[in-house]
Design a protein around this ligand. Structure first.
Ligand SMILES: CC(C)(COP(=O)(O)OP(=O)(O)OC[C@H]1O[C@@H](n2cnc3c(N)ncnc32)[C@H](O)[C@@H]1OP(=O)(O)O)[C@@H](O)C(=O)NCCC(=O)NCCS
Length: 161
C-alpha cells in the first residue's frame, strides 16, 4: 500500500472531520474535539502543524502537532506534542507509523528536544503502537482529559530527540 504524508490543506478539512466522526476514533476524543470548524480554523492558523496520510487520493490518517505551552510558563518550549488518528480500515498497515515518523522528523528539524503524548489509560493498542516506535511510559496523569464531562486517566509517554 502506498502511503503519502503531507501537510494538511484547507480542502482536507471535511475528510479529516469525517475521520473523527467514526465511532472507532470518536471514542478516544471528546465530541467537540476535531470538529470541522475547529480543524479548518487550525489548518488556517498553523498550516505546517497538521498532517494527513493519503492512500489512493483519500485522507486515511491525521496527526495534529502542537508545541507545549503553559500560557505564561517558560521552560517547556522544547517539547512537541501530537494527537493521531487512522481510519480503522487502514489500521495495522503502517499509516500510523508513517505519520509519527513525519512528526519526529519535523520536531527534530525545528530543534525540539522531546515529544510527549497523552494516551488514555485503557487504549492498549495505542500504548503498544507508541512503544513499538520507541516512546517510553513516563507516568500516569489522573483525571487528565475532560472527555465530554467525564475525566479520564491518561498515560504520559515520551521520546527524547
Ligand atoms: C494508534 C493508531 C494511530 C495506530 O495506527 P496504525 O496505522 O494502526 O499503526 P501501524 O500500522 O503503523 O502500526 C505500527 C506498529 O505498531 C505496533 N502495534 C500496533 N498495534 C499494537 C498493539 N495492539 N500492541 C503492540 N503493538 C502494536 C505494531 O508492532 C506495528 O508495527 P509493525 O508494522 O512492525 O507490525 C491507530 O490505531 C488509531 O488511530 N487508533 C485510534 C485513535 C487513537 O487511539 N489515537 C491515539 C490517541 S493519542
Amino acid at each position: 500500500m502506498n502511503v503519502k504524508t503531507r501537510w494538511a490543506r484547507l480542502a482536507d478539512a471535511k475528510e479529516i472531520a469525517n475521520l473523527f466522526k467514526k465511532p472507532a476514533i470518536r471514542k478516544y476524543f471528546g465530541k467537540n474535539e476535531y470538529s470541522y470548524r475547529h480543524i479548518k480554523r487550525w489548518i488556517g492558523y498553523y498550516p505546517k502543524m497538521k498532517t494527513v496520510a493519503i492512500v489512493d487520493g483519500r485522507v486515511v490518517g491525521f496527526i495534529s502537532l502542537y508545541q507545549y505551552m503553559f500560557n505564561y510558563m517558560t521552560g517547556y518550549e522544547h517539547i512537541g506534542l501530537f494527537d493521531i488518528a487512522v481510519d480503522s480500515r487502514y489500521q495495522g498497515k503502517g499509516v500510523g507509523s508513517s505519520l509519527v515518523k513525519f512528526a519526529i522528523k519535523h520536531f527534530k528539524k525545528k530543534g525540539f528536544k522531546k515529544i510527549e503524548i497523552c494516551v488514555e489509560k485503557n487504549n492498549k493498542k495505542a500504548i503498544g503502537f507508541f512503544e513499538s516506535l520507541g516512546f517510553k511510559k513516563e507516568g500516569m496523569l489522573r483525571k487528565h482529559h475532560d472527555k465530554d464531562g467525564k475525566f479520564v486517566d491518561d498515560i504520559l509517554m515520551g521520546m527524547l530527540l
